[in-house]
Design a protein around this ligand. Structure first.
Ligand code: SIN
Length: 344
């Protein structure tokens, strides 16, 4: 939201924004070349995260390229709504753009579950290779029937565990209540290690950890740092056992209603900021990890190769259970991108 002084067109749009219903307004002008297009883009993470920085860059570049024609309103930190609500709001055209964690599309497409398979991707480069493959790119179009058009995949980072006690072996997790995202794969993963999974919105994690409503969770270093989860969890385990990334999607009807030059320009900018943000994501996470360690508010435990292997073995049945739903060929594409051995 870079414009504070409202032009006549902005005032009209501001009214509509408050009503929360429409995306654009002609400002009383019949001339479509004067129309201002508002893109409301809520998300749940802090401005300093990979998603927060990339969304802000999209806003800056889009408004600079289309002054007076495009107004991108980024709402970080769950200011406007949580992810579940944003999926619904996008479908109804109340907002125009989202970047929601891939895990949270579980109820819309089973194929996105691939991103939740534990220990599938060793690092962000492997994820990137998969997303650039034919199978990976095909996922961008998976939600057309829901009225969503996938524009890009953005990275956050690799997941780590946080808990009230050290988790060196899977048995150490036995009986702990784990906050998870809305994902059946993550639910199965936590059950496989003896935990009790609880699906919960991102904005509720801090308080749930603080009050002991949950004992443990998984997330990326950048989210753990920027949302201060490290202040309320005594132990973190550096496991890289999973991936958090996003589908950037738009309301398809809105997108198709844009004039061709604006739509193409925004797609170019999206490609540019995606490359920019994804290239920085690993460094942002590493910087967050170092800041958490320096805070001395918590302990970060690095697991041995044998310990990691026992987590991999314990979680392996999750792959078997979800293989048919995801599609074995898609899993194979991801494995080749990861250069992993089959069936370990
Ligand atoms: C996000 O990174 O957007 C949120 C992930 C989560 O809900 O844990």
């Amino acid at each position: 939201m870079s414009t504070l002084i409202l032009s006549p067109v902005k005032r009209c749009v501001g009214g509509l924004v408050l009503a929360g219903l429409l995306a654009s307004c002609g400002g009383g002008s019949e001339d479509p070349s004067q129309q201002l297009y508002v893109i409301k883009f809520p998300h749940v993470t802090a401005p300093g995260t990979p998603k927060g920085q990339t969304a802000a860059r999209f806003e800056d570049l889009a408004e600079a390229r289309f002054p007076g024609r495009v107004d991108v309103e980024v709402y970080p930190s769950s200011q406007l709504m949580n992810d579940d609500d944003s999926l619904e709001a996008l479908a109804f055209g109340e907002i125009q753009m989202i970047a929601v964690a891939l895990s949270k599309f579980d109820r819309l497409t089973q194929r996105f579950q691939i991103f939740d398979l534990p220990f599938l991707f060793p690092d962000l480069e492997a994820v990137e290779r998969f997303q650039a493959s034919t199978g990976g790119r095909g996922l961008l179009g998976d939600l057309v029937e829901e009225g969503f058009l996938g524009l890009a995949f953005w990275h956050n980072g690799m997941k780590q565990f946080g808990a009230t006690r050290p988790l060196l072996q899977p048995d150490d997790a036995n009986g702990l209540k784990f906050r998870i995202m809305e994902s059946d794969v993550l639910q199965a993963q936590m059950i496989a290690i003896g935990g009790s999974p609880q699906k919960m919105a991102f904005g509720e994690i801090y308080q749930a950890l603080q009050t002991g409503a949950v004992d443990a969770f998984e997330n990326t270093w950048s989210n753990i740092y920027s949302s201060k989860f490290y202040e309320v969890q005594p132990y973190f385990m550096y496991t890289n056992h999973g991936y958090v990334g996003y589908l950037v999607a738009v309301n398809a009807q809105f997108w198709q209603s844009l004039p061709g030059d604006i739509r193409e320009g925004l797609e170019e900018i999206m490609a540019e900021v995606t490359a920019w943000g994804n290239a920085r994501a690993a460094a942002i996470n590493e910087d967050s990890r170092l800041k958490i360690a320096a805070s001395q508010r918590t302990e970060i435990l690095t697991l041995s190769n044998d310990e990691i292997l026992s987590w991999q073995n314990r979680m392996q049945p999750v792959w078997v259970r979800f293989s048919d739903e995801i599609g074995p060929e898609l899993i194979e594409a991801a494995r080749s991108a990861s250069f992993m051995e089959v069936g370990n």
